[in-house]
Design a protein around this ligand. Structure first.
Ligand SMILES: Cc1cc2nc3c(=O)[nH]c(=O)nc-3n(C[C@H](O)[C@H](O)[C@H](O)COP(=O)(O)OP(=O)(O)OC[C@H]3O[C@@H](n4cnc5c(N)ncnc54)[C@H](O)[C@@H]3O)c2cc1C
Length: 396
């Protein structure tokens, strides 16, 4: 008997969506699965704020070879630059041609500075392990070389990322000043938001609870403020300069440029238009942050999209009919400093210590979504490994 011809599935992007699809499809005998990613690790975004404030980078970075251990999958580390639809080929930056029968694309989003002068050059970010470590190193360096902290620390954007970071920074900076023996110096953390309230996409009640929490830990919350420019010494906000050498930009992302460059049909926000099966074009599925779906932009949505598309491909291969996507509202869990988080789970809203416990549980569940429980457990405990990368703090 001849071997059955396997269908070539190519997954582009090994983030939440791509990895989940790879795990579900790779051990199915009907498929020959390849995953292409521009780096050899998976990036766990939800804890990058912690890596930036003394956490170990192991908590936010997992090797793809470890995730796909015991899975029959080809892992290609390369950047995809083009799709040739006619010949069904992805072209990579290093010159490889990778054929597909069906493609799943999940490339995530990129930082958007909205053309604001100086931001790209002078601000810090926390969208990658490298950015988080650069910020952490800067926080320590100012204390080591200048022997004094920056007076103003500025976080721009009061969405979940800005809140997580500024909340944790309030506690971390206190520890740093103590470790470096700096007394009687006060630092100020400004959280700047262009909208009239923090977390503008969530309810007003949540916004008030989180604002009160941030104020109680000493954060200066500034809403209705427009960032206009940044230079080496200061940030211009609504016509007034704030002197700072530590400005962190968390306020903007935009869709991966791959889609515009390759003429995909985009909606007014630049996301890829998909049908109810998450198909953008014949045999090309687009999922996660890239797709114009109701709850795009959350890890849970990327995971749900991957499950839907993978199960549909498995159903098609066995002659069954496929099912439509029914968007599910993700649970929002937003930490704001030590042992406090806001949880919005449908109509349930929780604030405080219990929220923080749920956030810890959510991290474990997310790790377990991509790894067996023993690896997920080991990954989860890396949050207790400190790594300041500072000769003074590392001795404490
Ligand atoms: C700081 C931060 C904190 C967050 N916190 C939360 C949270 O607490 N809860 C939550 O639900 N969501 C959170 N999110 C959002 C969540 O991380 C995203 O919704 C999720 O990662 C989307 O998954 P994805 O698979 O679409 O893309 P991603 O996970 O971004 O994966 C995309 C992958 O594609 C790779 N790639 C990009 N371009 C190319 C290319 N041309 N060729 C090859 N590979 C490429 C990338 O390197 C990456 O590995 C957070 C995001 C950030 C930035």
């Amino acid at each position: 008997m001849g071997e059955i011809k396997k269908e070539k599935i190519v997954i582009v992007g090994a983030g939440f969506g791509g990895i989940k699809a790879g795990l579900l499809l790779s051990n199915d005998p009907n498929f020959d699965v390849t995953i292409i990613n521009d780096k050899d690790t998976f990036r766990y975004y939800p804890r990058l704020y912690h890596t930036a404030t003394g956490g170990n980078s192991k908590e936010t970075s997992i090797l793809l070879t470890s995730i796909f251990e015991n899975h029959d999958i080809n892992i290609v580390i390369d950047k995809v630059s083009k799709i040739d639809r006619k010949n069904k080929v992805f072209k990579t930056e290093s010159g490889k041609d990778i054929n597909y029968d069906k493609a799943i694309i999940a490339l995530g989003v990129v930082t958007n500075y909205f053309g604001i002068d100086g931001l790209q050059e002078f601000s810090y970010g926390i969208k990658s392990k490298e950015e988080a470590e650069k910020l952490k190193s800067h926080l320590h360096q100012t204390l080591i070389t200048d022997g004094s902290p920056d007076r103003h620390y500025v976080v721009i954007g009061a969405g979940p990322t800005g809140i997580e970071l500024s909340g944790q920074l309030a506690f971390y900076l206190k520890d740093l000043l103590k470790n470096h023996g700096i007394k009687n110096k006060k630092v100020k953390i400004d959280l700047i938001e262009a909208a009239p309230r923090v977390l503008p996409t969530l309810s007003e009640q949540t916004s008030i609870a989180v604002t009160n929490r941030l104020k109680s830990i000493g954060i200066n919350v500034m809403t209705n403020k427009a960032v206009q420019s940044e230079n080496i010494d200061s940030l211009m906000v609504s016509g007034k300069p704030i002197k700072s050498h530590t400005v962190v930009w968390t306020a903007g992302v935009t869709n991966n440029p791959f889609f515009k460059e390759n003429n995909f049909k985009l909606n007014e926000k630049g996301k890829v238009v998909v049908d109810r099966y998450l198909q953008a074009e014949q045999d090309i599925f687009v999922i996660g942050d890239n797709a114009a779906t109701q709850y795009s932009g959350m890890a849970q949505t990327a995971l749900q999209n991957a499950v839907l598309v993978s199960n549909n491909l498995i159903r098609l291969a066995s002659g069954k009919s496929i099912v439509m996507d029914v968007p599910k509202m993700p649970v929002s869990v937003i930490p704001a400093g030590k042992k406090w988080a806001a949880v919005i789970w449908g109509k349930i809203k929780l604030y405080g210590w219990l929220g923080w416990v749920l956030r810890e549980a959510a991290d474990f569940i997310a790790f377990h979504d991509l790894q067996p429980w023993w690896k997920a457990g080991a990954q989860w405990t890396t949050e207790f490994l400190k790594d300041d990368q500072c000769p003074i703090c590392d001795k404490k």
